[in-house]
Design a protein around this ligand. Structure first.
Ligand SMILES: NC(=O)c1ccc[n+]([C@@H]2O[C@H](COP(=O)([O-])OP(=O)(O)OC[C@H]3O[C@@H](n4cnc5c(N)ncnc54)[C@H](OP(=O)(O)O)[C@@H]3O)[C@@H](O)[C@H]2O)c1
Length: 242
């Protein structure tokens, strides 16, 4: 059931499924109108909208391929045209592909930086142009603090997004707060098999996988705690420590 107190509008990129979907449901429950961004997952985005409306929440869906900087640049104005109370951006859209520096491919670097750096940068700047108070949450990765090289361009771009989080927190204060969430083993790609899961869990101090609820609780904490900016919260069972 959605909260009756209207909190503003939240744009969540890549919200059709997985973490983005859970964050959208949480924010709708907290009383945000939700701008559900998706690229290919139209059916899932429509289903999510249906679920939010069935719970008496408010939402709208927005399609866009965020590899394209023009599409990224138009997204905030499109949402703002519809929802003048836009006050929260969640940068969740992502790709997660294995790659190594030995098999380097400039196109791979371009795609990862387009989605994980250029798009959040553009959305952040377009949001700031509205000159309204608000906040931004960037989805990072627990591995931003280590140097694993098997998803090279992915990790390179997520490390850059962590820096953007801190830089923009300073640049946009005091009106806009910018924070990051660095998830660990929450929702692995479908192909992660049983043995691999066991191995991953062995490396986590809390010895278990995290839940979607652990991420959405952190989103709620960040939106409610008005004295936080430039923070990166590791929701990873302690994995970043070892
Ligand atoms: N899942 C985890 O356990 C985990 C762990 C560490 C970090 N994270 C981070 O948390 C965030 C959410 O994770 P997730 O697993 O839910 O992400 P995901 O499934 O990898 O991606 C989320 C969505 O991003 C969208 N996307 C991909 N390419 C796009 C493009 N060119 N333009 C626009 N949207 C595009 C897709 O939307 P469509 O389906 O509509 O095309 C996809 O559904 C990500 O930033 C991820 O890096 C997650």
């Amino acid at each position: 059931m959605a909260s009756s107190k209207q909190q503003g509008t939240a744009l969540i990129t890549g919200a059709g499924q997985r973490l983005g979907r859970s964050i959208a449901l949480k924010l709708a429950g907290l009383g945000y109108t939700v701008a559900i961004h998706y690229n290919h997952s139209q059916t899932e985005a429509l289903n999510l909208a249906k679920t939010i409306r069935a719970r008496k929440g408010r939402c709208e869906i927005f399609q866009g391929d965020l590899f394209d900087p023009q599409t990224a640049q138009e997204l905030i104005p499109r949402v703002y045209k519809k929802f003048r109370d836009l006050n929260l951006i969640v940068n969740s859209a992502s790709i997660f592909e294995k790659s190594t520096l030995n098999n380097y491919n400039p196109e791979n670097l371009e795609r990862n930086f387009a989605l994980h750096v250029q798009t959040p940068y553009i959305l952040t700047a377009e949001f700031a142009k509205l000159k309204k108070p608000g906040q931004i949450i960037n989805l990072l990765d627990t591995h931003i603090v280590d140097n694993r090289t098997d998803h090279f361009e992915y990790l390179f771009s997520k490390k850059a997004l962590a820096e953007l989080t801190k830089l923009s927190a300073v640049a946009l204060a005091p009106d806009i707060r910018v924070n990051g969430i660095a998830p660990g083993f929450i929702l692995p790609p479908k192909q992660t098999a049983g043995e691999q899961r066991k191995r991953l869990i062995k490396n986590i101090p809390l010895k278990r996988k995290g839940d979607l609820e652990n991420i959405t609780q952190t989103v709620e904490f960040l939106v409610k705690n008005t004295y936080l900016t430039g923070q990166i919260i590791f929701v990873d069972g302690g994995e970043h420590l070892i």
